[in-house]
Design a protein around this ligand. Structure first.
Ligand SMILES: [Zn+2]
Length: 331
């Protein structure tokens, strides 16, 4: 599996549009609270913003960063300070983001910049997707995470705090963020898709199917063929049904058609599983011991997928994962 390994810093022109936060959905008041705590000296120097992938964390990080440089500290989007963040010429902000693995050279540049910043005064470093650090780069950053230069705030984002190296987890504080609410997300997707937008119910189904991730739901609604949609709906329905041996073959067939990576399958499966579980609880129905054991068995596999999908080794075979999930279960 080859992945692009382009690294972006704030100087990359092609990267700038990603830093605009005007269309960020949700996160209301979160960056304000964060900034208030920081101003009151109540935050540690290393904070990891943790939330599901595709919910808008990168834009949120940009808005949060802008609060530090905005003339009114509101990330107004129209003052000189905000523009310096949007246009990537804010010299007191270091932004590191990559499409692939964050390598040791990136980590070194990050650290050097922090040393330089520290000599000049208090400033900010942002690291997008800290789980994409490879092992060497992680090790390189441990020292700076343990003892950041005085006055420097390091903000990292991640979507799976539990799969970070224990040494990184222990050196940082986790700040959990949540996906925007369903009505907000639905309205956003509807507006984004314009006149071609499907109805609200279809949008909500897509959002639920992808764990309320706006990014992934949008991709699905924009690029998924209607056939693919029918098949994914069917797949989700099959996963939601109480397990029946005769469904197994069809589930396997449907899974084969999706060009998913292992974590995509795991996430889709987890959403279906959670919905199923909630439905069982709500209906007050007593599910069999066999079903409970099966759910436990599935959760264990999902955890293994997430763990293996961690730093620098995100290459689990999706078919093997599917087979593990769907293999006959001896409860
Ligand atoms: Zn501003």
């Amino acid at each position: 599996m080859s992945r692009k390994t382009k690294t972006y810093t704030q100087k990359d022109t092609e990267f700038r549009p990603l830093r605009l936060w005007s269309d960020l959905v949700g996160f209301d008041g979160v960056d304000e609270t964060f900034y208030r705590l920081w101003s009151a000296n109540r935050l540690p120097q290393v904070v990891v913003v943790d939330g599901r992938s595709g919910i808008g964390k990168r834009k949120f990080m940009a808005r949060l960063a802008a609060r530090f440089f905005c003339e009114t500290h509101t990330a107004c989007g129209s003052c000189e300070g905000c523009h310096s963040v949007q246009q990537g010429h804010q010299s007191d902000l270091y932004w590191l983001e990559t499409e692939g693995t964050i390598k040791v050279a990136d980590a070194e540049a990050f650290q050097e910049h922090l040393d330089y910043q520290a000599r000049r005064g208090p400033r900010l470093a942002v690291l997008i997707d800290i789980e994409s650090l490879n092992d060497q780069a992680s090790n390189r950053l441990l020292k700076v995470l343990e003892e950041p230069p005085p006055g420097v705030l390091i903000l990292a984002s991640c979507s799976r705090f539990d799969k970070l190296l224990p040494t990184i987890r222990s050196r940082s504080v986790r700040w959990r963020v949540h996906p925007p609410l369903l009505p907000e997300s639905t309205a956003f997707v509807k507006e984004r898709l314009g006149p071609d937008s499907p109805g609200e119910e279809e949008i909500q189904n897509a959002l639920k199917m992808f764990g309320l991730s706006i990014g992934r739901a949008l991709t699905y609604l924009e690029h998924g063929s209607s056939e693919q949609k029918v098949r994914l709906d069917r797949l989700q329905r099959l996963l939601l049904l109480p397990f029946k041996g005769e469904n197994l073959k069809e589930i396997q067939e449907l899974l084969k058609e999706q060009a998913w990576k292992a974590p995509d399958l795991a996430q889709f499966f987890e959403v279906a599983l959670n919905q199923s579980y909630r439905r069982i609880l709500q209906s007050g129905g007593i599910t069999s011991l066999q079903d409970f054991r099966r759910i436990k068995h599935w959760r264990k596999i999902l955890q293994q997928v997430y763990r293996a999908g961690g730093i620098g080794q995100n290459n689990l075979n999706v078919q093997l994962v599917a087979e593990a999930l769907l293999s006959p279960f001896e409860g």
